[in-house]
Design a protein around this ligand. Sequence first.
Ligand SMILES: [Zn+2]
Length: 59
Amino acid sequence: MCGYAAWSIEEEIVAATTTSLAGGMAIGGRFVPMVQLICTHCGFVAHHAVGVLGINLNN
Ligand SMILES: [Zn+2]
């Protein structure tokens, strides 16, 4: 991160596919829905789990 204090909040939710510690990945399996923030200066991307933020995806 560059320390710049201007972030763009994307309106789309992104998802990280989960995998087991053994390396097995299931296509269409569980995923973690996340909000994506992008630094407008350097392009650093930060993801935050919507469940922790209290965002309801069923609206
Ligand atoms: Zn930055």
